[in-house]
Design a protein around this ligand. Sequence first.
Ligand SMILES: NC(=O)c1ccc[n+]([C@@H]2O[C@H](COP(=O)([O-])OP(=O)(O)OC[C@H]3O[C@@H](n4cnc5c(N)ncnc54)[C@H](OP(=O)(O)O)[C@@H]3O)[C@@H](O)[C@H]2O)c1
Length: 373
Amino acid sequence: MLRLTVHRHFSTSSAFFANRAIVYHSNGNPRSVLSALTFPSLRSPPPNSLNIKYLLAPVNPADINVIEGVYPSKPSPTKLNSDNVFVAGNEGLAEVTGVGSGVSGFENGQWVVTGKQQCGTWRSGANVNVEDVIKVPKGASEVGAATITVNPATAYNMLSEFVDLKEGDWVIQNGANSAVGQAVIQIAASRGLKTINFIRNRENVDALKKQLEELGATHVTTYEELSQKSFRDKVKEWTGGKPLRLALNCVSGPETMSMARLLGSDAHLVSYGAMSKQPLSLPTSLFIFKNLKSVGYWQSRWYTERTKEEREKLMEVLVGLMREGKLKEPEHEIVTLGAGESDEEASNKVRDVMKNIMEGQYGKKVLLRLEGE
Ligand SMILES: NC(=O)c1ccc[n+]([C@@H]2O[C@H](COP(=O)([O-])OP(=O)(O)OC[C@H]3O[C@@H](n4cnc5c(N)ncnc54)[C@H](OP(=O)(O)O)[C@@H]3O)[C@@H](O)[C@H]2O)c1
């Protein structure tokens, strides 16, 4: 559990406004622990560093878990004003605004994303070590670039790193309407892979099915349909009996067991989330008789273990897909914390955003734009 001593309260004046960050002093419910904090202009960047201005930063499910203190990677405290605080946010798009001595290959205006985990992206400006950023090649939209390092990267790597899939092969996944799920659908389609996609039932389920099919999903179906005995025959009909060798899971719970039962021999079940908050329970027979491999995937680990060249290559591949129109930006809403708003107003706004996200009221990705100098 992270906890820092609190020295300051809200500034209600924007008279000295230069930069703003969304911060917390100790873990807890984001609706109560987050606040907006103004801080002064950045100094000229020290050697081997860059000053950056954040353009957009998404709110991902893991960000909430980090603030709650239940996520394995933790941020380090940062000194803003006289306070040590944790700055929230892990992902975001920034523009270079200052280049320190000893840095080559960067200029003002270059778009970058942060390769360092939990560096605190819900802020308007920051000074960063040049080694901690990755250049964004031209061709991505602002929203596309701001959401590229987590969800599309996870989707791409899960489709590439576990099973040697060939054109015409099948992939099954749950949580298919999640941002990762939508990236899986599109990246799979760009490679000629076919997908069976599971979603929760809802009032307008046909509209959602249609939306995912338009992204390139081969079949979209609900967990209710998955639980029916006849569903296995339907899958055989769809695939012509071709064995399924890769299943992607971000939900866990009983539905994932039903999905795993559809897999053929020597298949991989790759788990990357547990949105149902239920454990993952699998029949032992799948391991004994079908040689199932049940593994986890964590994009943060990938970034820690891989070289900067590998990270840059992944960025090029993903922006290349965006440029070709094969990977669209997620459905989103941008929430701006304006320079004219006091810290108290901005704090209330961000807490409302957290409340709505935690109550599942958006149904699309929310991105924060923190105005600064
Ligand atoms: N391991 C990694 O490296 C990695 C990387 C990226 C993301 N993730 C994880 O992947 C998951 C999805 O992330 P995202 O950013 O794509 O999320 P997102 O766009 O916010 O989507 C959330 C998804 O979870 C579903 N969901 C929510 N509560 C559920 C429940 N109780 N039962 C079943 N489904 C439920 C939602 O379905 P409805 O529309 O029906 O609510 C939606 O499909 C999260 O757990 C996230 O932490 C992991």
